[in-house]
Design a binder for this molecule. Structure first.
Ligand code: NAD
Ligand code: UD1
Length: 336
C-alpha cells in the first residue's frame, strides 16, 4: 500500500515512517521542512534499509500538491503537518490558523479531486482543555484555551463534516497525549529549533549541559507532590498506534476517534527522578510559579484504542528516559 505522510520529516512523522516501512508500506513524504530536516528521513532509510520518496512541499501551495496526487495513487494519507507550539500560537494566531487549517483544507480538497478518502489525523489531548475528570475518555467535553488547540478542534470538526457529507470517507482522529523519547537506536528523535517548551527535551538539554537548570512550573497543584501530572507516551508506541489505525482504515470504520496515551500519569518531579535514576545524570531544578494555561492533571483512558485497534502502549517511563537520553547524547545538536 502507498501512504502519503504529510509532515513526515518531523518528530512523530519520522518515527511513524520507520514503523510503516517495517510493516511493508510504501512511503511518500511531503514536508516544507519548517520545523525539521530531511536528514531524519535519510536516517530512517538507514535504519530500515527501505526508501522514502521525499517532496519538499508546502501544503499551502495547492498546485504542486495536486500534481503529486496526479502522479501517484495513494491508498491513504497520514496528516502530521502543522505548527505545534502553544505559546507561539498565542503570539501569531493568524499564522497558526492559516498553516494548520488552510493546509488541511488544501490536502482534503486534493484528496477529494483524486478520489482518496482514507485519512489519519494527528489531533491532541489539548482538545480536552482542563478536563472535568480523569482518566479522559474520548466522549469527554471538548474545549481548548489557545489558538493551537483551536486549530485541532476546527480540523476535527471539518473532518467530521466531511464524513457526514460523504460516507465513503474513512477517517481516524488520533488524540495524542504527551509524546516523548526516541527510537531505541538513538539516531532519530525530537529536534527543537529553539529552547524547548516541553518538559522532556528541556530535561535532556539540561542533562547535556546546554541549559543550566529546569524550571518546574508550579509546586502547588492538587497532585501527589504539587507538580503537574501528564500521560507521557513513548513515541515508538505512538508510531505503532498509526500502524493499527491504518489497519482499522482497511475495515471501513467511517469516522473513529481514539486517545493514544498510556493511561498512567506522572508528575514533573517523578519524571525528573526517573530520568536521574535511569541515566545517572543529575537534573538541577527550581520550582517556580505556574505556567499560564497549564492544567493540573491530564491522562488518558486508553481502553477504546485497546478494544478497537488492538493497541496498547508497551514502553514505560524509564525506557522513555533512556531512549530520549541516548538520542540527545549521541546528537547534541540534533540533525544539524
Ligand atoms: P514536528 O514539528 O516535528 O512535525 C511537524 C512537521 O510538519 C514538521 O516537519 C514541519 O516542517 C511540517 N509542516 C508544518 N507545516 C507544514 C506545511 N504547511 N506544509 C508542509 N509541512 C509542514 O511536530 P510533531 O511533534 O512531529 O507533531 C506532528 C503532529 O502531531 C502535529 O500536527 C502536532 O500538532 C501533533 N501533535 C504533537 C504533539 C507533540 O507533543 N509533539 C502532541 C499532540 C499532537
Ligand atoms: C503542552 C501544550 C499542549 C500540547 C503538548 C504537547 C501548553 C500549555 N500545552 O502540553 O497543548 O499538546 O505540550 O506538545 O503548552 N513543565 C515544567 N517545566 C518546563 C516545561 C514543562 O515544569 O520547562 C511542566 C508543565 O508545567 C507540565 C509538564 O511539565 O506540568 C509537561 O509540560 P509540556 O511538556 O509542556 O506538555 P503539556 O503542558 O502537557
Amino acid at each position: 500500500m502507498h501512504i502519503l505522510v504529510t509532515g513526515g520529516a518531523g518528530y512523530i512523522g519520522s518515527h511513524t515512517c520507520l514503523e510503516l516501512i517495517n510493516s511493508g508500506y510504501q512511503v511518500v513524504v511531503v514536508d516544507n521542512l519548517d520545523n525539521s530536516k530531511e536528514e531524519s528521513l535519510r536516517r530512517v532509510e538507514r535504519i530500515t534499509g527501505g526508501s522514502i520518496e521525499f517532496h519538499k512541499l508546502d501544503l499551502l501551495n495547492i498546485e504542486p500538491l495536486d500534481a503529486l496526487f496526479s502522479q501517484r495513487r495513494f491508498d491513504a494519507v497520514i496528516h502530521f503537518a502543522g505548527l505545534k507550539a502553544v505559546s507561539e500560537s498565542v503570539q501569531a494566531p493568524l499564522r497558526y490558523y492559516h498553516n494548520n487549517i488552510t493546509g488541511t483544507l488544501n490536502l482534503c480538497n486534493a484528496m477529494c479531486r483524486h478520489g482518496i478518502r482514507n485519512f489519519v489525523f494527528s489531533s491532541s489531548a489539548t482538545v480536552y482543555g482542563d478536563p472535568e475528570a480523569v482518566p479522559i475518555r474520548e466522549d469527554a467535553p471538548l474545549k481548548t484555551t489557545n489558538p493551537y488547540g483551536r486549530t485541532k478542534l476546527v480540523i476535527e470538526d471539518i473532518l467530521k463534516d466531511l464524513h457526514v457529507s460523504d460516507s465513503r470517507w474513512n477517517i481516524v482522529l488520533l488524540r495524542y497525549f504527551n509524546p516523548v523519547g526516541a527510537h531505541e537506536g538513538g539516531e532519530i528523535g525530537e529536534d527543537p529549533n529553539d529552547v524547548p517548551n516541553n518538559l522532556f527535551p528541556y530535561i535532556t538539554q539540561v542533562g547535556i549541559g546546554k541549559l543550566d537548570k529546569l524550571l518546574v512550573f508550579g509546586g502547588d497543584y492538587p497532585t501527589i507532590d504539587g507538580t503537574g501530572v501528564r500521560d507521557y507516551i513513548h513515541v515508538v508506541d505512538l508510531a505503532i498506534g498509526h500502524i493499527r489505525a491504518m489497519e482499522k482504515l482497511k475495515t471501513g470504520p467511517g469516522l473513529a476517534v481514539y486517545n493514544l496515551g498510556t493511561g498512567v500519569g506522572y508528575s514533573v518531579l517523578q519524571v525528573i527522578t526517573a530520568f536521574e535514576e535511569t541515566t545517572q545524570v543529575a537534573i538541577p531544578y527550581e520550582i517556580v510559579g505556574r505556567r499560564p494555561g497549564d492544567v493540573a492533571v491530564c491522562y488518558a483512558e486508553p481502553g477504546l484504542a485497546e478494544k478497537e485497534l488492538g493497541w496498547r502502549a508497551q514502553r514505560g517511563l524509564k525506557q522513555m528516559c533512556a531512549d530520549g537520553w541516548r538520542w540527545q547524547k549521541n546528537n547534541p545538536d540534533g540533525f544539524r
